[in-house]
Design a protein. Structure first.
Length: 155
């Protein structure tokens, strides 16, 4: 496995997923690709502003006005750049995609030739899972690659 794809969402627990995925990649001496999928701007925007994804190393950025998809994409790229800096690894690639989360993760894994996909699982309640679906579960059922799923449920 020469490449590790780490898919990060907007949740504050993404920091844990990034760190554990990076540790796995480092242990395997593999390249790292950080991915964020912009699936629905409503996740990011509250009254026209966002504190993008809650990553601890990104708190200094304050509120970012999001008037266009281009700005949302740029804010997501800035977020991934902050994670890259936080991890301290050299040669970390970043990608921001839009669309369905699971489909974008699978497509990115394919085109980057990733050997493993790292994802977080929020362990949502069964009703939320039925209504919203689970990107992690969709990736699990549609990939032939190994997955490293990190439970991120907060107690």
């Amino acid at each position: 496995m020469k490449k590790v794809l780490i898919a990060l969402d907007y949740d504050p627990t993404a920091e844990k997923v990034a760190e554990e995925g990076f540790a796995l990649a480092s242990a395997m001496k593999a390249e790292v690709i950080l991915l964020h999928v912009v699936a629905d701007s409503q996740y990011y925007v509250h009254a026209g502003y966002t504190s993008i994804m809650g990553f601890g190393g990104y708190n200094g950025a304050g509120m970012v006005p999001l008037e266009t998809v281009k700005q949302l994409t740029q804010a997501s790229q800035d977020y991934l750049d902050k994670i890259k800096l936080h991890l301290g690894g050299t040669g970390i690639e970043t990608e921001v995609r839009d669309g369905d989360v699971a489909e974008a993760i699978l497509a990115t894994a394919k085109h980057t030739h990733a050997g493993i996909i790292v994802l977080g699982s929020h362990s949502r309640r069964w009703l939320e899972k039925i209504i919203m679906g689970s990107s992690t579960e969709k990736v699990l059922h549609h990939t032939t690659l190994p997955l490293f799923i990190i439970p991120t449920k907060q107690h």
